[in-house]
Design a protein around this ligand. Structure first.
Ligand SMILES: [Zn+2]
Length: 132
């Protein structure tokens, strides 16, 4: 599936990553060290992708998750740049999000979804704390 632009408010950098499979500079992204609770959605189409519950600090400089929401993403073989990697794309709009690696936390899934901040929007969980 060819990614199609839906969000007309995307930055030039976001477009480069989402539609040309670019990579943002490590430690440059808005959500690298974010601990806020909520749902990470596709910056292009708004599809819910990752829960903040699955986010962890990988030290790589990109937001990292140990799993995606069921059915939220699709995987493609990526053999560019002399590497054999698995690309992660949005299942709804086909936009590039990042890659998934098998060196994540062993106590959960063992996966590390390495996702560009610029591909994500965080919808903060407004109800957090209400039940306390
Ligand atoms: Zn999308």
């Amino acid at each position: 599936m060819e990614p199609k632009e839906v969000n007309k408010n995307l930055s030039e950098q976001a477009k480069k990553v989402l539609f040309e499979k670019g990579t943002e500079a490590p430690f440059s992204g808005e959500y690298v060290d974010t601990d806020e609770q909520g749902m990470y959605t596709c910056a292009n189409c708004g599809n819910p992708l990752f829960s903040s519950e699955t986010k962890f600090h990988s030290g790589t400089g990109w937001p990292s998750f140990d799993q995606a929401l069921p059915g939220a993403v699709e995987f493609h073989e990526d053999v560019t740049h002399g590497m054999h990697r698995t690309e992660v794309v949005c299942a709804k709009c086909g936009a590039h999000l990042g890659h998934v690696f098998n060196d994540g936390p062993a106590e959960t899934t063992g996966k590390r979804f390495c996702i560009n901040s610029v591909c994500l929007d965080l919808e903060k969980n407004q109800s957090a704390g209400e039940n306390k």
